[in-house]
Ligand binder design. Structure first.
Ligand code: SAM
Length: 219
């Protein structure tokens, strides 16, 4: 990432983790038009033995995903959580301090510091549309995924549906772009095309609210 962009991401995510969580919930309802339960269930299904949580943020959502996984009686994976913002990671470090199976690292998704073929699953929750270089992010994630491994993401789409909800989503998105917490919304076919261009195949896809939920696989 260039220096200007680095400073932008750092300042966009410099709020205390509690404010970030509250703001995230309001954005989920007004812009994504989705539900927390739906996200937890979707991302829980994509936890495998060696898991990479990209842009883990303060870890609030991932802790719910992990709890849901445990309740279902499934074995807990070895997890590496990466995020660009030290401030967000500070919240995650505090949250997961008693979970030795979760390693947290500061890093840029476009330049992941892992060997090829390291992970069986990758989740990108609420973050793909925050990345300034989406293609570099996908290439980097595809590289560290093992053959047969899966990448799950929910991607913010351009607002759709009825007024005044569409108007509200547009307003929130414009504010997010100004603030630096949103890079751009997408069109579903654009994201699909980018995944295929990285050599991944599509396992499942659906649109709910203003979000595209996709699971892609490395052949
Ligand atoms: C909207 S938050 C989502 C956090 C978490 N996954 C969740 O669902 O609550 C987006 C996160 O992406 C991170 N991020 C933005 N650009 C990044 C990059 N290039 N590499 C790694 N993380 C990045 C931010 O620091 C922030 O924590």
């Amino acid at each position: 990432m260039d220096l200007q962009l680095t400073a932008k991401v750092e300042s966009a995510y410099s709020s205390p983790p509690w404010w970030y969580d509250l703001r995230g919930f309001l954005i989920l309802k007004s812009s994504y038009r989705g539900s927390l339960l739906e996200q937890v269930a979707f991302f829980e299904r994509n936890l495998r033995e060696r898991h990479l949580e990209v842009a883990i943020g303060s870890g609030t959502l991932f802790s719910m995903v992990r709890t849901w996984h445990r309740w279902k009686g499934r074995p807990l994976p070895q997890v590496v959580g990466v995020d660009y913002s030290e401030k967000m990671l500070g919240g995650a470090r505090q949250r997961f301090r008693a979970q030795p199976e979760i390693e947290l690292l500061q890093g840029d998704v476009t330049d992941l510091s892992f060997d090829d073929v390291t992970f069986d699953s990758i989740n990108v929750a609420n973050a793909f549309h925050c990345f300034a270089d989406a293609d570099a992010a996908l290439e980097s994630m595809a590289r560290v995924l093992s053959p047969g491994g899966t990448l799950a993401m929910n991607v913010l789409l351009y607002p759709r549906g009825w007024q005044p909800f569409r108007w509200l989503s547009e307003r929130v998105n414009r504010w997010g772009i100004r603030k630096g917490i949103l890079h751009t919304p997408y069109r579903e076919e654009d994201v699909r095309g980018r995944l295929l261009a990285c050599g991944l195949t599509i396992d499942s896809e659906r649109v709910t609210g203003n979000c595209y939920f996709v699971v892609a696989r490395k052949p």
